[in-house]
Design a protein around this ligand. Structure first.
Ligand code: 13P
Ligand code: SF4
Length: 316
């Protein structure tokens, strides 16, 4: 449908109306714009969004996040229509691991268990034994027998972090996220001088040098939990800026300072893909029921098993 004069539309009101009318559920990742997080039925990290998607009773799921999150929801709910407000919302980390190259890589280690981060295409998941997220990767790796040989992909920083904590020898794919890799050690150290009491919260996709400064290393949900439950009043946050919205909402009396990236004087640590989604695009996608996420049936069947394994292992 062609909507000519969008400036007159109250997007919030229309999104809520369409959602009701179409029995749709809006899921939003913590990296979405604040206004999208505020209108969502559920907000969460990648694990929570997959868990919620697997249990939903709705005709339409609008996944406000990036494409691989929409694919995961579609694989788990093949009978539902899964929409993402902007199909161009990709992921540099998922892109750093093309399925054909990963297949070639995996074939070099035939006796290894393949563990893939959820930030991958459905085609890579189809080559995987167990999918993990940053929330459960440690627990899942630790639950495997000590002698099990492991391939981990695609994030080298998360892989090395898990390997160093668990002591497990892993063959790691050399991929990275362009947002998390750019946090500057020097600038965080400078910030610490100005805020000596601040605790540093770091996503494991950050480089090791930045992880070494962390008081808490964890998924977006784990970092939020830490901030909420801590007596500390100031935090330097080394992950995508969208999480600051929930941190500030949950702890209005605490100070959250975005960690500066390497190449910028500002502190705008935005994932350009996540921020492609807007209220206007969310409204239009509900109105038009498009763009819709589709996954090849054969790929979806193969990718579902490692995702279900993850959901099962996360319950334990
Ligand atoms: P979480 O698993 O913490 O939600 O992270 C997803 C992501 O895209 C990190 O960049
Ligand atoms: Fe992908 Fe990085 Fe954006 Fe997360 S922050 S969606 S890993 S590009």
């Amino acid at each position: 449908m062609n909507v000519d004069n969008t400036s007159a539309i109250d997007f919030k009101k229309e999104i809520l109306r369409l959602k009701e009318e179409k029995n749709a559920i809006i899921l939003a990742h913590y990296y979405q714009k604040g206004e999208i997080q505020d209108i969502a039925d559920h907000i969460g990290d990648s694990l929570a969004l997959a868990q919620i998607a697997s249990t939903l009773d709705a005709d339409i799921i609008v996944l406000c996040g990036v494409h691989f999150m929409g694919e995961t929801a579609k694989i788990l709910c093949p009978d539902k229509k899964v929409l993402v407000p902007d199909m161009a919302a990709g992921c540099s980390l998922a892109d750093s691991c093309p399925a054909d190259s990963f297949k070639e890589f995996v074939s070099q280690y035939p006796d290894h268990t393949v563990i893939s981060y959820v930030n991958t295409s459905a085609a890579v998941k189809a080559l995987t034994d167990i999918v993990v997220t940053s929330s459960n990767a440690m627990k899942i790796v630790e639950s495997l027998p000590a002698e099990e040989k492991i391939i981990f992909g695609p994030d080298r920083n998360l892989g090395r972090y898990i390997s160093s904590v668990t002591g497990r020898d892993m063959v790691i794919w050399d991929g990275a996220c362009h947002v998390h890799e750019q946090f500057s050690l020097e600038k965080i150290v400078e910030l610490k001088k100005k805020h000596p009491m601040a605790h540093v919260l770091v996503h494991p996709e950050c480089k090791k040098s930045v992880q070494l400064l962390a008081d808490c290393t964890g998924s977006t949900a784990a970092l939020l939990d830490y901030a909420v439950n801590s007596d500390i009043k100031e935090f330097i946050v080394a992950t995508e800026s969208g999480i600051l919205h929930q941190m500030r909402k949950s702890c209005p009396d605490k100070l959250f300072i975005p960690a500066p990236p390497e190449d910028s004087v500002c502190a705008c640590n935005d994932c350009s893909f996540m921020k492609l989604n807007t209220m206007e695009k969310l409204y239009k996608c509900l109105l038009d029921e498009s763009p819709e996420v589709t996954v090849d049936a054969d790929v979806a069947e193969k990718a579902k098993l490692p995702i279900l394994r993850m959901l099962e292992m996360s319950k334990k």
